[in-house]
Design a protein around this ligand. Structure first.
Ligand code: ADP
Ligand code: GLC
Length: 497
């Protein structure tokens, strides 16, 4: 089979530029384009959320409606089509009562009560859509728990479907912490026969249904987003109860590191930042820093002192409780701090209070703000990511490209992408700490600050990061190799990781 003919149906619950809560959206927005450039026939499917209907996208309705089973009902859905800059077709499943809501998955008080129905519907709709389009995928590539039902449907109710009988599936875990757990009584909604699927070696998880587990058990290959995380999730410390099933499926489990879309994240041509720069022409970086200090109301004198930046969901995964413990110690080091984040209110409050105690030294923006994220990437000197766990992490790779030196905990993708800097040899691109405690974090920050104070060393360190290349090509090639190895009837059993 030639590469041109490989057909991939790509299912993600969030995609840049249509809908985003985190890095999965960045990945699902740029990997399909990279695959398409390599000759893959790829079609993507996404719910028609309110962010899409209210956005500025060129969208056209498809003539045929879908008939989609949901439990005992057969419901209708409209489908819309749009294309990204990479010319990848995106199909939007339009069902107002399920997806036309303020947020993607829930509101500040909790998840939407009907998330199972919403994503079961999406799973069936995507498979029905392929049939309507007469698109016979070789592989359905599913991302995170919201699409975890699909591999099970392919092995169950759709196994004799003429359009899908030859279709394999890949399930990518972006975060094992989100497991799509619902009560057993809701199994009937999925359309899966109970005897065959509600089993300990099926999607049963401590008496409940787990759609993440369904994806892990029933797909033909499981991937996660770094090699290190692929190892970590097989241990009780990181596996969050899924380590047993992942160990059992370890020969099907691959680590493929995410890439970066340098079309969006590169200070050479980033439309969100006030001045462009590159390794050859660094002056723009200082201008970005000055503008950021001004925007966040920080002291101008920080121009020549280290400015630490944070852009993150503030939840337990990201480890900013360590930052809270260290606020006074860090500010005693004569630095500034800029934080963009949303989530945990205790963390927000502690940073707000530090800002009051240290006027002009701490800037905080609570909320989701894409342009500001770019301006912080460009304007900060040091970027902090003290994660408890981090499947891949994209912001450390973005920071490298912007010459903003990452200080990270050595876990998951952070361990795989950041190389400890050694001022003696000038090798490395950032600073890492191992044990999850504030002392280790503070030590790593201090090492970074020591280097900052030696301009020649600092310049070298920045350039090491800026020259690193995490573009998608390598990872896209690994996915293609994997797709080929699992295509039905394939004898090509290549291990990609
Ligand atoms: P995760 O997906 O676990 O949140 P990643 O590092 O993979 O972590 O991706 C986070 C993405 O979300 C990055 O694109 C980052 O810039 C963005 N992001 C996180 N928090 C915010 C925020 N408050 N405002 C804007 N962008 C944010
Ligand atoms: C998840 C992970 C993050 C990863 C992203 C994209 O949200 O927390 O580490 O980079 O998915 O794969």
């Amino acid at each position: 089979m030639s590469e041109e003919k490989l057909k991939i149906l790509f299912l993600s619950p969030e995609v840049v530029p249509f809908a985003k809560t985190g890095g999965l959206a960045d990945v699902a927005g740029s990997l399909p384009g990279a695959l398409k450039r390599m000759g893959i026939d790829i079609r993507s499917v996404l719910p028609f959320y309110r962010t899409v209907s209210e956005g500025d996208f060129e969208i056209r309705p498809l003539p045929d409606e879908l008939e989609v089973p949901l439990g005992t009902e057969l419901l209708k859905a409209k489908v819309l089509e749009t294309r990204t800059q990479d010319d990848v077709p995106f199909y939007l499943i339009d069902r107002e009562d399920l997806y036309d809501r303020r947020n993607l998955y829930g509101n500040p008080t909790g998840d939407y009560y009907d998330n199972l129905e919403r994503f079961v519907f999406f799973a069936h709709a995507a498979l029905r859509l392929a049939e309507n389009l007469r698109f016979k995928p070789d592989v359905v590539h599913c991302h995170d728990w919201q699409t975890g039902l699909v591999p099970a449907l392919l092995k169950g109710p759709y196994r004799n479907n003429p359009n899908l009988s030859g279709t394999s599936s890949v399930f990518t875990i972006h975060n094992i912490g989100y497991q799509g757990i619902f009560p057993e009584e809701k199994l009937v909604i999925t359309g899966l026969p109970r005897d065959e699927f509600f089993r300990i070696d099926g999607l049963e998880f401590w008496g409940n249904i787990s759609l993440l587990k369904a994806g892990i058990v029933y797909s033909d290959a499981v991937t996660t987003v770094s090699l290190k995380y692929a190892q970590e999730i097989q241990t009780p410390e990181y596996g969050m109860g899924m380590e047993g099933i992942l160990q059992a499926r370890r020969t099907f489990l691959h680590g493929i590191l995410n890439g970066v879309d340098y079309g969006l994240w590169d200070p050479r041509h980033d439309a969100h930042i006030p001045a462009s720069y590159s390794p050859q022409k660094m002056a723009g970086k200082s201008r970005c820093k000055e503008a950021l200090l001004k925007e966040m109301g920080l002291d101008e004198s920080l121009k020549s002192r280290p400015l630490l930046g944070v852009i993150s969901r503030l939840d337990s995964q990201k480890g900013f409780d360590l930052l809270v413990e260290l606020l006074e110690d860090i500010l005693a080091l004569d630095v500034g701090l800029v934080v963009l984040g949303s989530g945990d209110e205790t963390i927000q409050k502690a940073i707000e209070e530090a800002a009051e105690r240290h006027p002009g030294r701490v800037g905080l923006f609570i909320g989701f703000n894409e342009p500001l994220a770019h301006r912080i990437m460009a304007g900060a000197d040091i970027f902090l990511i003290p994660s408890r766990y981090e499947p891949c992490g994209l912001t450390q790779m973005y920071a490298l490209r912007y010459g903003t030196v990452p200080v990270v905990r050595a876990t998951g993708g952070l361990e795989d992408t950041i190389v400890q800097f050694d001022p003696k040899t000038n090798k490395g691109n950032g600073f890492k700490f191992g044990p999850f405690n504030s002392k280790a974090f503070l030590n790593a920050i201090k090492k970074a600050i020591d280097c900052f104070r030696v301009p020649e060393t600092w310049k070298r360190l920045m350039l090491n990061g800026m020259k690193a290349d995490f573009s998608w090509d390598r990872s896209a090639r690994q996915y293609i190799e994997l797709y080929r190895s699992i295509i039905k009837g394939s004898t090509n059993n290549i291990k990609v990781s």
